[in-house]
Design a protein around this ligand. Structure first.
Ligand SMILES: *[C@@H]1O[C@H](CO)[C@@H](O)[C@H](O)[C@H]1NC(C)=O
Ligand SMILES: *[C@@H]1O[C@H](CO)[C@@H](O)[C@H](O)[C@H]1NC(C)=O
Length: 425
């Protein structure tokens, strides 16, 4: 203990920032040196589940420790609460927190709890949060407020499994964040936000997720108007939902599109400025619109499904044709045990394969005929390829050796192309 105590305050405070508040406060009894140190810890984590005491005692602990806490600014205040937590108490905590100049506030319900009833958050959350920069909420209920409110400094907002009074409330919440740069939304069943509208000109990063199978709202989807967006990620496994993008997003640099929608093409045509693209879309015939040009695209990652392997490869060829400057291509396969339908190699190679592609990566290779065809096609046409990396999950060393021998025999157009083959369980 002595040698630890000799470390500089800044370092000790950094270490204390990683511990639950209960342990942080407990360090005050260690020695004189430690008596006041905890009061300056910039990050406080109150974990109801970890402390496992009655809520009243926890609440008193939170309240007292916040009152005694001395740091001029609390960088992060993190509450992990249980379903039975009392709204009034959480209200007192947040009010105290707001007075203590909190920059990041995280309120989440303990995920290990079996209860699905989320905790309701108090109205005081909306008042006086003028210096709050980050707000992260998980599995909580937001209540309507009639009085005007604003989060003038809020740059990051995360709403995971949050329930709202109605759609208008969501819009008014977002429109009261004038400098918001990053928004993360994970929807949950019956969240009252059937059509989730994101309209904001300051937003740079948007993540939308809807992967809860119980979600069955009819006519639900997203409406987005965020012309300054640079990063966009959407994961939605519900076929009958939609995502309407009202205006072009000319600043998009990175996009990750994983949707089950029948017409993902509308999303693709709004993100043509993208440099780094990850795609997993159902590849029905009309999924990919004609006339797109991804002139800035340098990195493409495509997730393929075994059932639609040849469709996915056709989609891949379409994107390759429209991406003349692509340098890196990665193919990831999802569960590929099934028989693969036959893929027809195109009569000519896409321009980027011939002139710009430098790296090819194929994950989860199984040595199927169709996989070999694709690899052979690219190796045979790519003039600038530097490295082809192929990994397999096959546990059989003999089979792996066979795969490698076969791959090494494929003719390579590029004289400098290295082949890396490895086992990745
Ligand atoms: C969701 O909407 C219904 C119907 O308007 C309402 O009764 C319910 O309280 C709302 N849920 C929340 C969390 O406010
Ligand atoms: C979005 O951002 C702008 C600032 O860029 C802000 O003035 C506006 O209130 C925000 N909300 C909406 C709905 O545009």
């Amino acid at each position: 203990m002595d040698s630890i105590s000799q470390l500089p305050d800044a370092l000790l405070l950094g270490v204390l920032s990683l511990l639950p508040a209960k342990d942080v406060v407990a360090t005050m009894i260690l020695s004189k040196r430690w008596q006041f140190l905890w009061m300056f810890v910039p990050k406080l984590i109150y974990d109801d589940n970890y402390q496992n005491i009655e809520f009243e005692r926890l609440s008193r602990f939170v309240y007292r420790s916040l009152l005694l806490h001395e740091a001029p600014v609390i960088e992060t205040l993190h509450f992990i609460i249980r379903p039975k937590s009392n709204v009034v108490d959480i209200g007192v905590w947040t009010r105290t927190a707001v007075k203590r100049c909190v920059r990041e506030l995280i309120i989440e319900m303990d995920c290990s709890s079996s209860s699905t009833a989320p905790v309701m958050l108090p109205r005081s959350l909306y008042s006086g949060c003028s210096i709050l920069v980050k707000l992260k909420l998980k599995k909580v209920v937001l209540v309507d407020v009639t009085s005007p409110f604003s989060f003038p400094s809020l740059k990051e907002l995360s709403l995971k499994s949050v329930k709202y009074p109605d759609e208008e409330f969501v819009q008014s919440l977002l429109s009261n964040c004038p400098v918001l740069e990053s928004l993360v939304v994970k929807q949950c069943p019956n969240d009252n936000a059937t059509i989730f509208t994101v309209k904001n000109s300051s937003l740079k990063s948007l993540v939308l997720e809807n992967q809860d199978l119980r979600y069955n709202d009819i006519g639900a989807g997203y409406v987005i108007d965020a012309p300054s967006l640079e990063k966009f990620k959407i994961r939605d496994l519900h076929e009958d939902r939609f995502c309407v993008i009202e205006n072009e997003m000319p600043n998009i640099v990175e996009a990750d599109i994983d949707v089950a929608y029948g017409h993902p093409g509308k999303i693709l045509s709004s993100i043509t400025s993208v440099k780094h693209l990850t795609l997993c879309i159902t590849s029905s015939k009309d999924a990919y619109p004609v006339g797109l040009a991804f002139c800035s695209l340098v990195y493409l990652e495509i997730w393929t499904l075994d059932t639609e392997w040849s469709n996915d490869l056709n989609l891949l060829m379409c994107v390759l044709r429209d991406s003349p400057n692509l340098r890196a291509l990665k193919l990831e396969q999802l569960d590929c045990d099934g028989d693969r339908s036959c893929w027809m190699e195109p009569s000519s190679a896409p321009e980027c394969v011939i002139w710009s592609l430098e790296t090819l990566e194929l994950v989860d290779y199984e040595g199927a005929e169709e996989e070999k065809k694709v690899i052979a096609f690219i190796l045979r046409n790519a003039n600038c390829l530097k490295k082809a990396t192929i990994s397999t999950e096959s546990t059989d060393p003999n089979k792996r050796l066979e795969m490698l021998k076969e791959l090494e025999l494929f003719p390579r157009r590029s004289p400098n192309c290295q082949l890396a083959f490895y086992y990745s369980p």
